[in-house]
Design a protein around this ligand. Structure first.
Ligand code: ZN
Length: 420
């Protein structure tokens, strides 16, 4: 019997980890003799969800089992490991027999791209015969259902996560940094986001007191095992699990017109820069984009570092595609940029005074609209002699992205965009 199990909303900002519950479940189910089908799945949902925990991750497992034979075990693992006492933690578990129906796939796409009301999760579960177990308000049922429905046919990546022994939780992680650099060199671009290229910071280990020792992301499971074996780790590892995931796939983004935008959606907008970018207090860069249906503010915030300098080189008239999350800010709907595709640059035409026709010296303006005069020989000429030339833009057509430290889990890194 094929049985799908989904779990979500078990962890708080302080610690815990829904993926750890998946890793424990996978281990315990296999110890009891149940066969796991495929990899456990780590599914990121809408990154704009206002009540998300750190990464808004839900998990699902596909197992060859009868529901009644494993339900008790699943409940026990969730109850022992979820941070049930933490405010705002509302775990949900979902069980579905056989593969997910089309309606559940559609529910996943909604949960990924917008903010789904809780009652829609309960209604859908009833309709498709999913069994739910939930705690407190049960907000986790949305993610539990969506993680089962997740459609990875348009793209998938993998993440190997190594978990720490309980007595090490909250202590400093001991991973030899030079082994991470070596691993990165040997396995990229098949692995990604190991190192932040701008700061040199190691990205595989979190800084939270959670059970995760490290996570390596890559495009296939084999390269992850190879990469993991290259690391020099100075503490015992409790468990290593490879997840199939929708991370790094851009699954959250959908092409939209500016008139369709609303708070909480993740959009790709084709448009024309309609107002010159400007740096504001705090080092954030803003500009306006229009597409004929409206105008939206685009933002590259300070943590996006060098990406801001790319954005600041845009000028009105440039044709771009802007990728990002829509937030409602005091100034109006704002697209928080994740990346841009510069399609066509408008020539930047600059006017300057001509050289003097008599003595060759560069002339100067004689006042707005009054032509030019030569300081050396005194000649005056009209405006019609103005020189117009095309100034270098310092920007080429192509994709530009925020650095890994500012990248969302779902955003597809440019380093792997060319691999598929
Ligand atoms: Zn002259």
């Amino acid at each position: 019997m094929v049985l799908w199990i989904g779990v979500d909303d078990t962890d708080s900002r302080r610690g815990g980890c829904t993926t750890y519950i998946a890793a424990l479940l996978a281990k315990k189910l296999q110890e009891k003799g149940f066969k796991l089908i495929g990899y456990p799945r780590l599914i990121r949902l809408n990154p704009n969800c206002p009540f998300k925990t750190r990464g808004n991750a839900a998990i699902s497992l596909k197992v060859d089992a009868e529901k009644e034979d494993v339900k008790g075990l699943v409940k026990m693992v969730v109850e022992e490991n979820a941070e049930l006492d933490e405010e705002g933690v509302e775990p949900g578990i979902a069980f579905i027999k056989e593969d997910p129906p089309e309606e559940l796939r559609r529910f996943y796409w909604r949960a990924l791209r917008e903010i789904v009301p809780l009652e829609d999760g309960f209604k859908l579960a009833k309709k498709i015969g999913a069994e739910l177990i939930y705690y407190k308000g049960g907000r986790g049922v949305i993610g539990a259902l969506a993680a089962i429905g997740a459609d990875l046919s348009i793209g998938r990546t993998y993440e190997l996560i190594a978990y720490r022994k309980r007595e090490y939780w909250g202590t400093v992680r001991h991973i030899d940094p030079s082994s991470v650099y070596e691993m990165d060199e040997a396995t990229k671009p098949l692995t990604f986001d190991n190192i932040d290229p701008e700061s040199g910071e190691i990205r595989i280990a979190p800084h939270t007191p959670c059970p995760v020792l490290l996570g390596i992301r890559g495009v296939n499971p084999d390269v992850l095992m190879k990469a993991y074996k290259m690391l020099r780790i100075g503490e015992p590892v409790e468990l290593v699990t490879i997840f199939e995931t929708n991370q790094g796939t851009d699954a959250h983004l959908q092409p939209m017109k500016i008139s369709q935008l609303r708070e909480g959606v993740n959009a790709i907008i084709d448009g024309i820069v309609s107002e010159r970018p400007r740096f504001e207090v705090g080092g954030h860069v803003f500009f306006k984009l229009s597409d004929g249906t409206g105008e939206v503010i685009c933002a590259a915030y300070e943590p996006t570092k060098s990406f801001r300098h790319v954005v600041s080189k845009l000028i009105p008239g440039d044709e771009i595609a802007a990728y990002g999350a829509v937030k409602l800010k005091p100034q109006g709907l704002t697209l928080n940029l994740e990346k841009i595709y510069v399609k066509k640059l408008k020539p930047l035409l600059v006017r300057r005074p001509p050289n003097c026709p008599r003595c060759g010296r560069r002339m100067e303006s004689a006042g707005a609209g009054k032509g030019f005069r030569c300081r050396r020989c005194g000649l005056r000429v009209g405006e019609e002699l103005v020189e117009i030339f095309e100034a270098p833009r310092g920007l080429k057509p192509g994709f530009y992205e925020v650095p890994p430290s500012a990248r969302r889990h779902l955003s597809k890194p440019l380093s792997i965009s060319s691999l598929h």
